[in-house]
Design a protein around this ligand. Sequence first.
Ligand SMILES: Nc1ncnc2c1ncn2[C@@H]1O[C@H](COP(=O)(O)OP(=O)(O)OP(=O)(O)O)[C@@H](O)[C@H]1O
Length: 356
Amino acid sequence: MRFQKVTLQGFRNLPLCEVELAGRRTFLCGANAQGKTNFLEALGYVTALRSFRGAETRALIGHGQAQAGLAFGLEHETLGASRIMITLKPAAREVMWEQGRVTRLGDFIGRFPTVAFWSQDNQFLRGAPALRRRWLDLTLAAMDPVYLQALQSYTRAVAERNMLLKQGRGDAGTLEAFEHELGVHAAVLVAGRRAGVEAISALFHAAHQRLVPEAETAGLVYAPDTTAATASEFAALQAKNRPRDQLLKSTERGPHRDDIELLLNGRPARQFASEGQQRCLVIALRLAQAAYFKAKGGVTPVLLCDDVLGELDPSRRERFWASLEHDPQVIATGTSLPADADGWQVLQVENGRVLS
Ligand SMILES: Nc1ncnc2c1ncn2[C@@H]1O[C@H](COP(=O)(O)OP(=O)(O)OP(=O)(O)O)[C@@H](O)[C@H]1O
């Protein structure tokens, strides 16, 4: 897939920007806080209708603006030339794809894959489990509408059960109904996560080997919160935990507490990997995400590299370029043009304006 034309209006600090992207390599160059990451964030939004920074819709709308508009002209392996228009309002979002309005998220999410490499990825190993869970959910849901549906339904069921627990209205019969519902969706989630992590782990190992010359092995393991696997096991678990949950006023156990662990040479990387090793692991994980999207959806994702490649030493950067498969479109940012950017389209970003 390739972005050809990008028009943004009132998106964060970009009041109006219209850009034609030429070829497969674009570098956005500018001082700090000019709008480079904001531009990448707008492009990344098209994949899962979410900010890769995890920002709320409200934060994406320019200060003082009522709404933000994003329009993309894309070249797509399976869909041909595509046009997408997204309008963001504080409490609503509208997506137009070709001439029609998108009403079911599952019809749209994941069709336009992008993978963002950005500075906060460095927190991936040592940050809270929610960060890793969010990444895994986004990766799996983008490629599987059944998983997306289960994730939405599970999240809703937990929120409703929590609401009952908080209000103290949770009599056994009512809670039991939610627990049954919760169990059905939990079983889909854990099965999807187990299979997904196994598939991504193999791609992660391969990407890491291409990136790092040392004979190191990288892997990913699923760390579920409980051993329950079937709908009835999950429902039974919630029923057993009910007295404790009623005291704590929250659903304490379940897939919403799952985690994944990155391994380096069979050991938890978060405890043993050096800073440099961690950086390579996280980049390899993003490459694995791109490979997973390609394998599942048949579309080569666009890589959005926010000031990340500058952190790699020249030999690792060279290997990064050599490790890219299927000649993806790469849109990178930085405060100065790297030495290996020959032949790139260069756009200057200055105070919310993107200039060619
Ligand atoms: N909703 C918003 N409305 C207006 N401005 C915003 C909004 N959200 C963020 N900004 C501003 O946008 C500016 C540019 O942010 P951005 O993250 O794109 O910087 P950058 O060019 O990537 O810089 P760096 O090199 O420091 O990462 C910042 O000054 C930020 O405060």
